[in-house]
Design a binder for this molecule. Structure first.
Ligand code: UD1
Ligand code: MG
Length: 525
């Protein structure tokens, strides 16, 4: 069931690899405007961090080496890279002296790098693998010394402008703060994604000046340097400018999240998944959905979640790292690290915690919490229960308000309930304990000893009903008045000649078996 039926539909392909390639990701900046203790590139966006998205966009290049320039929050970024991209080499830029300086440090750490160097700003998470591949292909195909990814944008404020000569050839890239009024009117911008020839890049980086408004070494100056030396420099224009959007503050981050949501949702709908309300459906890029799955409104699918064919998830559901089998339903519930078997049913208002595993056609109903437990095929836990550290056999029925008492204050213990066992309502199963196959437990029991297969376990004290107690102890209350009226009616009915006088009142709990089957609404279908 855990097999992924469909990959995330990016359409990325691996570029044929005549060249040695190095990828450099620039991630040393602080991201001041995020106003965050978390380094900017570690902010999450639908299943990956910003830098995670950038690395994923470069992954199909199958580069020989990947260098990530780290600086602000270097330890945190390094720890994250070790998790998501252990093959990448973090290189420290202790002081942020500009993008040119950052790439120089990266190449110093990779002296053997030849062929193509792809440089990507760490904060362009919507970049698609196909676009990086097309940039590299164009660059290598043209034998260029340097190629910049550009885009025509509605609002170029704050970005570097692509300045072309009369023949449309790239002349230079000018930062907004260094630009003339005429240059600022240009809406073709530098996306911060480039391909370079390693040797010529190294050479140009050695010649960068800091003669600009920020006093930094600008990577973008490499283009004018190479161009004026007669080297071929090129512009590759992105088909969709949205891919080049950067992230500088949390408002932009929210905008990027919506744009990515729409992209992911559209891709799933095109593969045959029904999203009933795409505007309120948030699917991480790492999730897999099978054809004919249905996702209802206000639903979040996160991490390694997988939803099988014909399953219905939502409305109001959050699934994290959870596998939902074909034909299952999950309604108004929260699940983390759980498995919902084929045709199983969850909710409304269930909480599945790590290693809750529901077999085929199992049911976990309303206000039920399940943790580290197997619920067998066709077994039911319909209402108001806690199931922790348990194994529940196939077709067992767990009555309302059953608690699997798994924790003694120090250790957790397991409970086993056998196949087709029946647990009456309001029962505590005090672990470690085993209820055998086909056994019954009377409602209201606290079970501390194993119940053999086919036996009835019952721990209730016999009931006493003390006649007249309310009249004596609660005189004058509504209860006392109601009791008095009922007693008067009873006396009328039992007057000689009335039919009811032939019956007999039962006081006490003479027949526990009847009480067990009297679990009543636990025998749900
Ligand atoms: C840069 C480009 C600009 C382009 C824009 C696209 C330069 C000089 N300008 O501007 O033309 O339109 O990106 O978003 O390159 N970084 C380091 N070390 C540094 C400085 C920056 O690693 O010393 C990293 C940052 O973390 C960031 C990336 O490089 O990921 C870009 O830096 P940033 O300061 O955002 O450059 P912009 O001013 O946006
Ligand atoms: Mg920037």
């Amino acid at each position: 069931m855990a097999a992924r039926l469909f990959a995330v539909p990016t359409g990325a392909r691996v570029v044929s690899q005549p060249h040695l390639r190095t990828v450099v990701v620039l991630a040393a900046g602080e991201g001041k405007r995020m106003k965050s203790a978390l380094p900017k590139v570690l902010h999450p966006l639908l299943g990956r961090t910003l830098v995670g998205h950038v690395l994923a966009a470069a992954a199909p290049l199958a580069a020989d080496r990947t260098v990530v320039v780290v600086g602000h929050g270097a330890d945190q970024v390094r720890a994250h890279l070790a998790e998501i991209a252990p093959e990448a080499t973090p290189v420290l830029q202790a002081e942020q002296l500009g993008t040119g300086h950052a790439v120089r440090i990266a190449l110093d750490a990779a002296p053997e790098a030849t062929g193509t160097v792809v440089v990507i700003n760490g904060d362009v998470p919507l970049l698609r693998p196909e676009t990086v591949a097309a940039l590299v292909e164009a660059h290598e195909g043209a034998g260029a010394a340097a190629t910049v990814l550009a885009a025509e944008v509605p609002d170029p404020t704050g970005l570097g402008r692509i300045v072309r000569d009369a023949d449309g050839r790239l002349e230079q890239i000018v930062e907004e703060r260094d630009a003339t009024g005429a240059q600022r009117a240009i809406r073709e911008i530098n996306a911060g994604i480039y391909a370079f020839d390693a040797a010529r890049l190294r050479d140009a980086l050695g010649k960068l000046s800091t003669d600009n408004d920020q006093g930094e070494e600008y990577l973008t100056d490499v283009f004018a340097l190479l161009g004026s030396a007669g080297e071929p420099v090129a512009v590759h224009v992105a088909a969709d400018h949205v891919e080049t959007l950067g992230c500088n503050d949390r408002v932009e981050l929210a905008t990027l999240r919506r744009l990515l949501r729409d992209r992911v949702n559209e891709a799933w709908m095109r593969t045959g998944v029904s999203l009933l309300d795409p505007d309120t459906t948030w699917i991480d890029v790492t999730v897999a959905l099978d054809r004919d799955a249905v996702v209802d409104q206000n639903t979040q699918l996160r991490g390694g979640t997988v939803v099988g064919t014909g399953a219905v998830v939502g409305p109001d559901v959050t699934l994290i790292d959870t596998v939902v089998g074909p034909g299952a339903t999950v309604l108004r519930s929260h699940a983390v690290g759980a498995e919902v078997g084929p045709g199983a049913s969850v909710g409304p208002y269930a909480y599945l915690r790590p290693d809750a595993r529901l077999a085929e056609k199992a049911k976990v109903g309303t206000f039920v919490e399940v943790k580290n437990s197997e619920v067998g095929a066709g077994a039911k836990v319909p209402h108001l229960s806690y199931v922790g550290d348990a194994t529940i056999g196939a077709k067992a029925n767990i009555g309302a308000a059953t608690i699997f008492v798994n924790y003694d204050g120090v250790n957790k213990h397991r409970t086993t309930v056998g196949e087709a066992a029946f647990i009456g309502c309001d029962t505590s199963l005090i672990a470690p304990v085993e209820v055998g196959a086909g056994a019954y437990v009377a409602a209201g029991s606290a079970i501390t000893q194993d119940v053999p297969p086919g036996a009835l376990g019952v721990t209730r004290a016999p009931q006493r009903s003390i006649d007249g107690w309310v009249a004596r102890k609660r005189a004058g209350t509504a209860s006392a008045e109601a009791a008095a009226r009922a007693q008067a009616a009873d006396e009328d009915a039992s007057a000689p000649g009335s039919r009811a006088s032939e019956g007999e009142a039962i006081h006490g709990d003479a027949e526990p078996v009847g009480s067990a089957s009297g679990a009543g609404d636990t025998a749900t279908e």
